[in-house]
Ligand binder design. Structure first.
Ligand code: CA
Length: 518
């Protein structure tokens, strides 16, 4: 049916172009839907209110955070909602590198968080990224908000020869036109955490300091783009929009970080009624942050709602694919760690993934374990561009499963977990290699993570959880007592590490446990 439709619309396009001297090469572009991908930072899957509601509650084995997300609640009822989407390398830049290229951190160019001390971590200029593919397919491509995949260089458009910030090493970055990978409209920055005083560089490199809470400002900019105020896009083309909202990112400690009206919803709640996960410790110093984290979640929900309302008002709702996800989660006092991310815990790895496409997909909940590299090919597949997925992409196109849950597509058996750290530094202190400190595998039932030492690459720590019986991952199981389970997980992990040509495969790390050659 889809092919027939494409054929018919393609024919129609050709027909209307008859008589033109130079017909556009992509006369079938009218067949393609618009795509909007919204991904706030550090937004965990558990922080959506609908997980506690009828139709959703029975599909997950965790208690949702006590947050207010009215727009997402409604959106979820119109979407395919994944219970088990995983951020394989749950850290800002590595996730974003994967998202844009469809490749794991060993191929995307971004194995580590980007800053000026890490020249080895920067989005590959020669990679064909998601924006490149949409652009070639005739889309108008727009990027809003946080990018954080570029190695910062002294290229401040307002202060030639200097970094865009004075801190050492610089983290924030300006992305010049030649590094924008198909996005012809730009309103973005690298990374910056003053949520009510954000800044952006536009398509021409002009800096903007709007003094507004960043998600709401970005939503307004997206709405303006949708309305085509100032003729910023070609209305004859479908659009592909990515919106990287920074909140609910830290800091979360004052009204400088979130909207007061949202904070008021949580300010008088006892901390133990906010931190409802049994693995959370409300006596931790960070506990007070929960009010600000959840306030930021509610604010992001409102910003997302503004974009949805505009789509409806403009009559674009039916033929626009809208995805809501995030780069990774936030532990928020669970597991007694101050590190919000970068761990295999479900609070860190399990991210929202909701897809609405009124014309072509029926709302439902699905336990597809989508990995980060699958996002790019799946977006392309959803948009009817499955044939344009670059050969280098390592993820898989699961779009058929969104159209039909019984589609003839082999579902993944699990998701890799990846943690990298700085490796060798040169005389100037610049990081020249990365150390693949941990690898693991999350299956439907278990989570396994193996950590090695730098010198001999021996096993120094392991995490093994039975997520079915211990959904809050409170009992780290000894590997020796669960040899069969470990063997199966290591077999799956080895197969995937080999397939993606990971450094663990290349160096045969822990080959006494991981059967790389089978
Ligand atoms: Ca992040």
């Amino acid at each position: 049916m889809r092919n027939e439709l494409t054929f018919l619309l393609g024919g129609l396009g050709a027909l209307t172009l008859q008589g033109c001297k130079a017909p556009k090469p992509q006369s079938d572009q009218v067949a393609h839907p618009n795509v909007i991908y919204v991904f706030p930072d550090q937004y965990r899957n558990q922080a959506m209110e609908f997980w506690g509601q009828e139709g959703f509650r029975q599909r997950v084995n965790f208690r949702n955070d006590p947050v207010h997300t009215p727009n997402l609640n409604q959106f979820a009822r119109q979407s395919v909602v994944l219970t088990s989407a995983m951020s394989n390398c749950p850290l800002s830049s590595p996730h974003r590198g994967i998202l844009l290229t469809g490749m794991y951190p060993n191929k995307s160019g971004v194995p580590l968080n980007c800053n000026a001390s890490r020249p080895i971590s920067s989005l590959r200029e020669d990679a064909e990224c998601v924006g490149d593919v949409f652009s070639k397919a005739g889309y108008d491509c727009a990027y809003f908000g946080k990018l954080h995949v570029d190695f910062p260089t002294p290229n401040d458009p307002q202060r030639p020869g200097q970094y865009v910030e004075d801190r050492v090493p610089a983290w924030d970055a300006y992305t010049p036109k030649e590094r924008r990978h198909g996005f012809n409209y730009w309103y973005s920055y690298g990374t910056f955490d003053v949520h009510k005083d954000p800044h952006y560089w536009d398509t021409e490199g002009r800096r903007h300091d709007p003094k507004q809470w960043s998600p709401l400002h970005e939503a307004d900019k997206v709405v303006s783009y949708l309305k085509n105020e100032g003729n910023v896009r070609d209305p004859q083309k479908p659009f592909f929009i990515m919106v990287g909202m920074n909140p609910p990112h830290s800091p979360y400690r004052s009204l400088d970080d979130c909207m007061e009206e949202d904070f008021n919803l949580y300010k008088d709640q006892p901390l133990d009624s906010l931190l409802v996960r049994p693995n959370a410790d409300p006596t931790m110093k960070k506990a007070e942050s929960a009010r600000y984290y959840f306030a930021s979640v509610t604010g992001v929900d409102r910003a997302f709602g503004r974009i949805l309302s505009a789509l409806k008002e403009l009559g674009l709702e039916e033929n626009t694919i809208v995805v809501f996800s995030s780069d990774h989660g936030e532990t928020m006092c669970s597991q007694r760690t101050d590190d919000p991310k970068n761990s295999p815990y479900s609070e860190s790895m399990n991210v929202p993934f909701l897809v609405r496409y009124p014309e072509k997909i029926q709302p439902r909940v699905d336990d597809l374990m989508l990995s980060s590299p699958d996002i790019m090919p799946t977006l392309l597949g959803l948009a009817g561009l499955g044939d344009s997925i670059p050969a280098e992409v390592q993820g898989r196109d699961y779009a058929p499963l969104f159209f039909d849950e019984n589609a003839d597509v082999v579902r993944p058996s699990g998701a890799l977990y990846i943690q990298n750290m700085d490796g060798e530094k040169d005389a100037e202190g610049l990081v020249r290699t990365y150390f693949p400190s941990a690898r693991g595998f999350k299956s439907a039932r278990y989570t396994l993570a193996l950590y090695i030492d730098r010198k001999e690459h021996k096993l120094v720590k392991s995490l093994l959880f039975d997520d079915a019986n211990d959904p809050y991952q409170m009992h780290n199981l000894p590997l020796s007592e669960h040899a069969d389970v470990v063997k199966d997980l290591c077999a799956e992990m080895g197969k995937t590490l080999k397939e993606i040509d990971d450094p663990w495969y290349r160096d045969r790390i822990l080959s006494d446990m991981i059967p790389y050659e089978e």
